[in-house]
Design a protein around this ligand. Structure first.
Ligand SMILES: *[C@@H]1O[C@H](CO)[C@@H](O)[C@H](O)[C@H]1NC(C)=O
Ligand SMILES: *[C@@H]1O[C@H](CO)[C@@H](O)[C@H](O)[C@H]1NC(C)=O
Length: 424
C-alpha cells in the first residue's frame, strides 16, 4: 500500500516516540493542517474509515472490533462492530446503537402514551408572549458563531468535550443571572464516552422532580425540550464538522428559549428540563443513556420535544414550522401543531422522516414516553439542509435563516409554558 509522505513520517516519528521533541514535530505537522493529513490518510486506505481510524485515534482503534447491536432506521436490528458504524455513516445511513439499551423496562403505570390522551387547552398567551418578546436572533447568531468555531463536536474527541463544556458555561451564566424567585438546577450527565450531555431544569413550585426515599412515587412528570450538541463529518469523524444546522441550530434554539424563560422568571408547576444530548451521531447514545437512567430511577416524563435542524429554508418550498408525523406520539404532535398558529409567525406543516433517519426523541418514544419532533421542513419533500454531515454545514449559506430558527424558539417557549404551567 502506498502511504503518503506526511503519514510515513508521522508513523516513523511515532515509532521513535520516546523522543518528545520528535512527537512534538509530528504533532505540529498534524495540527498545522489536519484536513490535508486526514485526506491523505484516508486516501491511503481507499477511503476505508476503519483502517484510517486505526492510525488516527489509538484509543478509538482499540474498540473498533467490539460488537454493537445496530438498528439502521427502517431495518432489522443486527450485530455489527463499532467500526461498521463508521462505514454506515460514510454511506449516509442513520441508526440507533441499542447495544446497552436492549431491555429498557418501562413501568406502564407512569407512561402516559395513550393515543387518546388529552392535552391542556392553550391558555397562557400572556405569559408565553411575554417570554417570546425576550427572544433574540442576535444572541442565537452569537451562540452559533462560537459553537461552529470548534473544529468539530465529535463525541469521542477533545473538541466535542470542549464544545460540551462551552454549552455548560452558557447555561451556567444564564442560571447565575436568574431572578431570585426561579429555582434552577444544572447537571453534567456523564457518559461511557468522553462528551457529556447537559441538563438544565426549572424545579417545580410544589412536589418533586425526582423520587425520594420517603415518597418514592410522589414525583411530578417532567416536560423535556431537547437538541443534540454533537456534530459529525460522515466521511470521516476526524474531519471538520461545523454542524451549524445539524444540530447547532437546535442547540441555540432551545438555549434561546431557556435564556428567555429564565429572564422572565418562569416558575412552572411541573419540572421543565432542557437537554443538550451528546453523541446523537453515534447512534442516539447520549439520549438513550439519559432515558435508561430516568426509567431506572422512576423519574416521570409527561412530554418530550426534540429540535433537530431548525434554520435551513428550502428555497423551493413554503417555509413553515414542521412536526414529523412518523415515530412520534400522535396526539401530542397534534397538540404541538396547534401551538404554531398561536405563537409562531409561520404556518404549521407536517413532515415524514425518511425511514433511515432519526433523532433523540426516538429514544424516549421507544421507551414509551410521549415524544415529538420539530424540524425545519419536510424531509420527504427534500426540504432538509443538503449539506449536513459535511464541512459545508455552515451558517453562511444563503438559505440559513436565524429568523426561521427563531420561530422554533417561540414554539419551544409555548411548549414549556403551556405544558409546564406557571405559578405565581
Ligand atoms: C389529529 O388531528 C387531526 C385533524 O384535526 C384528527 O383528524 C386526528 O384524529 C388527530 N389525531 C390524534 C391522534 O389526535
Ligand atoms: C462544499 O462546497 C464546495 C463549494 O460548493 C464544494 O466544492 C465541495 O465539494 C463541498 N464539499 C462537500 C464535502 O460537500
Amino acid at each position: 500500500m502506498k502511504l503518503p509522505a506526511l503519514f510515513k513520517s508521522f508513523i516513523l516519528l511515532g515509532v521513535l516516540a520516546s523522543a518528545s521533541v520528535a512527537s512534538l514535530s509530528a504533532q505540529s505537522a498534524f495540527s498545522s493542517d489536519p484536513v490535508a493529513y486526514y485526506t491523505e490518510l484516508l486516501a491511503a486506505y481507499n477511503n476505508d474509515p476503519v483502517q484510517a481510524m486505526q492510525v488516527a485515534d489509538p484509543a478509538y482503534a482499540a474498540i473498533l472490533d467490539e460488537p454493537r447491536l445496530i438498528e439502521v432506521f427502517g431495518a432489522e436490528r443486527q450485530w455489527m462492530t463499532e467500526g461498521d458504524k463508521l462505514q454506515l455513516k460514510q454511506a449516509g445511513l442513520a441508526f440507533m446503537d441499542v447495544t446497552d439499551f436492549e431491555d429498557i423496562e418501562v413501568d406502564r403505570s407512569f407512561v402516559r402514551a395513550e393515543k387518546s390522551q388529552a392535552w391542556p387547552e392553550i391558555q397562557r398567551q400572556d405569559q408565553v408572549n411575554k417570554v417570546i418578546s425576550l427572544l433574540s436572533v442576535d444572541t442565537m447568531r452569537e451562540d452559533l458563531v462560537t459553537l461552529t468555531s470548534f473544529y468539530n463536536r465529535f463525541y469521542r474527541s477533545d473538541y466535542g468535550v470542549k464544545s460540551s463544556r462551552w454549552i455548560f458555561d452558557q447555561v451556567l451564566q444564564i442560571v447565575a443571572s436568574a431572578p431570585p424567585s426561579t429555582r434552577l438546577s444544572i447537571e453534567t450527565f456523564t457518559h461511557s464516552f468522553p462528551q457529556s450531555s447537559i441538563i438544565a431544569r426549572f424545579e417545580p413550585s410544589g412536589g418533586r422532580s425526582s423520587p425520594s426515599p420517603k415518597h418514592p412515587r410522589d414525583v411530578l412528570p417532567r416536560i423535556i425540550l431537547g437538541a443534540h450538541q454533537d456534530s459529525s463529518n460522515y466521511k470521516f469523524p476526524m474531519f471538520p464538522a461545523p454542524g451549524a444546522d445539524d444540530d447547532g441550530s437546535g442547540t441555540v434554539t432551545i438555549l434561546a428559549a431557556f435564556r428567555a424563560l429564565v429572564e422572565a422568571g418562569f416558575t412552572p408547576a411541573a419540572p421543565v428540563e432542557f437537554h443538550w444530548y451528546a453523541a446523537e451521531e453515534g447512534g442516539l447514545l447520549g439520549s438513550q443513556e439519559v432515558v435508561k437512567e430516568y426509567v431506572a430511577l422512576e423519574k416521570k416524563v409527561g412530554a418530550m420535544i426534540q429540535f433537530d435542524m431548525t434554520a435551513y429554508v428550502d428555497p423551493r418550498s413554503e417555509p413553515g414550522v414542521t412536526l414529523m408525523t412518523t415515530d412520534v406520539h400522535p396526539s401530542l404532535t397534534n397538540w404541538t401543531l396547534s401551538l404554531v398558529p398561536e405563537y409562531c409567525s409561520l404556518s404549521q406543516k407536517e413532515g415524514k422522516l425518511w425511514p433511515n433517519a432519526g433523532s433523540d426523541h426516538m429514544s424516549w418514544h421507544r421507551a414509551g414516553f410521549p415524544a415529538v419532533f420539530a424540524a425545519e421542513g419536510d424531509p420527504d419533500k427534500d426540504e432538509f439542509d443538503p449539506w449536513v454531515h459535511t464541512v459545508n454545514d455552515t451558517m453562511y449559506l444563503d438559505e440559513f435563516s436565524f429568523e426561521h430558527a427563531l420561530e422554533f424558539a417561540k414554539l419551544a417557549v409555548g411548549f414549556a409554558v403551556e405544558l409546564g404551567g406557571w405559578t405565581d
